[in-house]
Design a protein around this ligand. Structure first.
Ligand SMILES: [Zn+2]
Length: 460
């Protein structure tokens, strides 16, 4: 679905993207945050009039009238096209859009929706679209300990419509230094049961279920991913609003119509604001019209391909058995199910984002990392010797909280498309080197045993 200016009741520059005028007369918009902002040349001053007129008090035609009144030589079509360009770039929402949720949820999510709106660079008619996507979403969560407990809290409090929690363990005293869903009174209780109770107490407007179950092999995981046989997908999502249009994942290409040669005519041309929307912060700040107009990657919205799962996403927050990530990778590839995982190795905390058919799979990425790290191992030596695994996995409330937070961010981004992610990567933080954020990305390996052209199957 393409959102047009005419479909907006009262177009408004998003409050979070509020524009200002630079000393040289350009218009900077959304510029507080690197990755969002743009700068627009405005030699005739009408762009500034336009963004001021787009304050959410008038319809599109009245906005154009307002600009033409102040700049009589300007063709109205130019103002209209500029408004369309701002919408396409994600700077505009509709102040007159209806809120498609009951009052209670409107209040509950009244801080989260503006954040989604802030990070959303796709044109949407309604800022609540992303929240509706969460409401319809079905997530399978494996592991509700440190990482999983923090992630579950975030997913449930954010309004993910259905979360199913799986964990084989019981609560122990040694869990309580980092696992937020449990109290001393839960010691000895199955984690899945205690987690469901804690999560339901946070948000009774969503559906939280759970089961005490151990994943012993890929078959167990495949069974979980397939979901309960007797559950009709319609009743998985309570109170599903009807008729709410899905934002079109193909419509996420913000671009401006004008080329650099049109600068003098006063047309909109985005420029990087100190490298805004330029993935390399050290890159040149100006003169990058081609780069600046590079389309953002499409949202990694589950449902892109054929899928055989009762869920929209697997969130893996378990690190046992040792091969569980490999199994998850194979099972999700077979089911066409997007998935995310997270964990820590001491002070290094990372999360991974994977969508079958879109970029590297977990095994591609692992092979790429092994090659990049140049471990200087002897032939035949197990790469695991370079990264010790202990029966006790050292962790604190801080590392578990970061891990769960990154995992929830990945999950929410995959479910909503906000912000748009290009899947097939790991990201994270090394607490020993705060200025050196982790980003691992590798191209998909065509000969990958899991996702390559001659890939085998689920089990190994
Ligand atoms: Zn692969």
């Amino acid at each position: 679905m393409t959102v047009t200016v005419e479909a907006l009741r009262r177009p408004r520059i998003k409050p979070e993207h509020r524009a200002y005028r630079t000393v040289d007369g350009n218009v900077r918009i959304g510029s507080v945050i690197h990755g969002i902002g743009a700068e627009i040349a405005d030699p005739q001053g009408w762009v500034w009039t336009l963004v001021e007129a787009m304050d959410g008090t008038r319809g599109p035609a009245a906005v154009v009238d307002e600009v033409v009144r102040a700049h009589p030589d300007l063709p109205g079509e130019d103002a209209r096209q500029a408004m369309a360009d701002l919408l396409a770039a994600g700077f505009v929402d509709d102040a007159g859009a209806a809120v498609p949720l009951p009052e209670r949820e409107r209040v509950r999510y009244s801080r989260g929706v503006p954040l989604l709106r802030w990070m959303d660079l796709a044109p949407r008619s309604n800022p609540w679209d992303a929240q509706l996507r969460l409401r319809r979403a079905r997530v399978l969560l494996i592991g509700v300990g440190g990482t999983g407990g923090h992630a579950a809290q975030s997913l449930v409090s954010s309004g993910v419509g259905r979360v199913h929690c799986v964990d084989p363990d019981v609560v122990e005293l040694s869990n309580l230094n980092r696992q937020p869903l449990f109290r001393e009174s839960d010691i000895g209780r199955p984690k899945a049961e205690a987690a469901v109770a804690a999560l339901r107490a946070v948000n009774s407007d969503v559906t939280v279920t759970g089961e005490r179950r151990e994943v012993r092999g890929p078959a167990d995981l495949a069974d979980l991913v397939a979901g309960p046989r007797d559950v009709d997908s319609d009743i998985l999502v309570p109170h599903s609003p009807s008729g709410a249009p899905d934002p079109d994942p193909d419509g996420l290409d913000p671009h401006f119509a004008a080329g650099p040669g049109d600068l003098d005519s006063g047309d909109l041309v985005p420029h990087s604001v100190s490298g805004a929307r330029d993935p390399d912060p050290s890159g040149p700040a100006a003169g990058l019209p081609d780069d600046a107009r590079r389309p953002d990657p499409p949202a990694a919205v589950p449902g892109d391909g054929p899928r055989s799962s009762a869920y929209d996403l697997l969130v893996l927050a378990a690190d046992r058995p040792d091969d569980i990530r490999r199994w998850a990778n194979r099972v999700c590839l077979a089911a066409g199910l997007p998935w995310a995982d997270a964990g820590y190795r001491g002070p290094l905390v990372t999360a991974g984002v994977y969508v079958p058919g879109r970029g590297a799979c977990w095994e591609c990425l692992r092979a790429g990392e092994a090659a990049r790290r140049d471990l200087r191992l002897a032939p035949g030596q197990d790469p695991e010797v370079a990264s010790p695994r202990m029966p006790w996995n050292p962790a604190s409330a801080v590392t578990a909280g970061l891990s769960g937070g990154l995992l929830a961010h990945a999950a929410l981004a995959l479910l909503t498309g906000v912000p748009a992610l290009e899947p097939g990567f790991r990201f994270g933080i090394n607490l020993m080197l705060l200025g050196d954020p982790v980003l691992q990305r590798t191209p998909r390996h065509l000969d990958c045993a899991a996702c390559g052209d001659r890939a085998g199957g689920v089990a190994e």
